[in-house]
Design a protein around this ligand. Structure first.
Ligand code: GZL
Length: 331
C-alpha cells in the first residue's frame, strides 16, 4: 500500500511540475489561484480612476498615463466621476476588452469587491493602487496581486502628533472627513482620532465628510464653525478640503493659522502655499505619482518574482520649515 501511495505521489508531483512549467510559458501559475501575467514585451492594461475632482487625482492619472507611454504600453483609462457603481462597470468593460492587467483605485472599500473578483475569475490580475478594499472581503496575494499606496493610518497619526505639539495638547477640533467608505477616510480618521483620544486636553467636537472636495469642504467647515464657535483646530483629510476650510474661516471673520489652526494631508501645491502664507500649519504628503511603482510591480509579477501583499509609498511631512523648498516639485 505504502509503495503504491509513493508511486502515485511521484506521478502527481511530476504532473504538477509539468503544469507549472507549462504555465511558466504563459505566466507563473499561482497555487493561491491568482491569475498570472505572462511575460510580454508590452501590455494592454486598464486604469480605473475614481474621479478627476482635484489635483491629487489629476496627478495620479498623469503619472499612470506618462509611465505607460514611456513603456509603450496601451492604457485603457476610465474615470468613474465619483460613482463606485460606474467604477464597477468600468472594470467590467476592461475585462470584456481582455486587458492583460487592471490597476484600480477603489473609490470605496466594499462596492468594488465584485469587480476585483470578476477580474480574478476572468484570469486578469488586479493591482490596487492608492485606495484599498475591505480586507475581510478580499485578500492581497489571493484575490488581487498587491496594494500599492500610502499608510493612511500613519498619515492620520502624523497629523495628530504634529497637532499635539503645536497646541501643547489643548484643542477643540473639527474634523473634515474624506469620501465616506473610502480607505483613506477610514484610516486617516483612525490614525488621528487615536492620537487625540490619548490626550485628555484635546477633543473632536464634530466630524463630517467633505468628500475630499474643496467647495464641499468649505460648506461643511462653514456650518461646523457656526455650530462650534469654540473650535480652535480644523483637521482635514486632504488639502482640498483644508483650503475650502480656510475660505470658511475667513468668511467667519477669523484668522486661519491664528484663531483656527489647520492640519491636513496630501501636500498639493495650494496646500504648501497655504503653509507658506501662514494659513495652514502642516500637511502630510500623500504621493500621487504611482505610475513607475505600479508598472514595475506588474513587470516583476510577470517574471514570477514574489510580490509583497502591500507596497507602502514613502510620504514626506511639510510645515513652515520645508514647504517653500518643496513647492516647485509638488502637484
Ligand atoms: C489618497 C487619495 C485621496 C487623496 C485625495 O491616496 O485616495 O483621494 O488624499 C483624493 O486628495 O481625492
Amino acid at each position: 500500500m505504502v509503495s503504491t501511495l509513493r508511486f502515485s505521489m511521484t506521478r502527481r508531483a511530476m504532473l504538477l511540475a509539468s503544469v507549472a512549467i507549462a504555465a511558466g510559458s504563459v505566466g507563473i501559475a499561482h497555487a493561491d489561484g491568482l491569475p498570472p501575467l505572462k511575460p510580454k514585451a508590452t501590455y494592454k492594461v486598464g486604469f480605473a480612476q475614481t474621479e478627476s475632482n482635484n489635483p491629487w487625482r489629476l496627478a495620479q492619472t498623469a503619472s499612470m498615463q506618462e509611465e505607460a507611454k514611456k513603456l509603450g504600453w496601451q492604457l485603457v483609462y476610465t474615470d468613474a466621476a465619483g460613482s463606485a457603481a460606474k467604477q464597477v462597470a468600468d472594470v467590467n468593460s476592461m475585462i470584456a476588452q481582455g486587458v492583460d492587467a487592471i490597476f484600480l483605485s477603489p473609490r470605496e472599500e466594499k462596492p468594488l469587491i465584485p469587480a476585483v473578483m470578476a477580474a480574478k475569475k476572468a484570469g486578469i490580475p488586479v493591482f490596487l493602487i492608492d485606495r484599498n478594499v475591505d480586507a475581510t472581503l478580499a485578500k492581497p496575494g489571493v484575490d488581487y496581486v498587491t496594494f500599492i499606496g500610502s499608510d493612511f493610518v500613519l498619515e492620520g497619526k502624523q497629523a495628530g502628533e504634529w497637532l499635539v505639539k503645536a497646541t501643547g495638547g489643548k484643542a477643540i477640533i473639527l474634523e473634515l472627513e474624506g469620501s465616506t467608505g473610502s480607505s483613506p477616510a477610514n484610516d486617516r480618521k483612525k490614525g488621528f482620532d487615536d492620537i487625540i483620544a490619548a490626550n485628555p486636553g484635546m477633543k473632536i467636537v464634530a466630524s463630517q465628510t467633505g468628500d475630499f472636495a474643496r467647495d464641499k469642504g468649505r460648506q461643511v467647515a462653514e456650518s461646523l464653525l457656526q455650530a462650534h464657535p469654540e473650535a480652535t483646530v480644523i483637521y482635514a483629510h486632504n488639502d482640498e478640503m483644508a483650503i475650502g476650510a480656510i475660505a470658511a474661516i475667513e468668511a467667519a471673520g477669523k484668522k486661519p493659522g491664528k484663531d483656527i489652526l489647520i492640519v491636513s494631508i496630501d501636500g498639493e501645491k495650494d496646500g504648501l502655499q497655504a503653509i507658506i502664507d501662514g494659513k495652514m500649519g502642516a500637511t502630510v504628503e500623500c504621493n500621487p505619482r504611482f505610475g513607475p511603482a505600479a508598472y514595475a510591480a506588474a513587470i516583476a509579477y510577470s517574471k514570477g518574482e514574489k510580490i509583497p501583499p502591500t507596497m507602502v509609498n514613502k510620504d514626506n511631512f511639510y510645515d513652515m520649515s520645508n514647504a517653500a523648498a518643496s513647492i516647485a516639485t509638488s502637484y
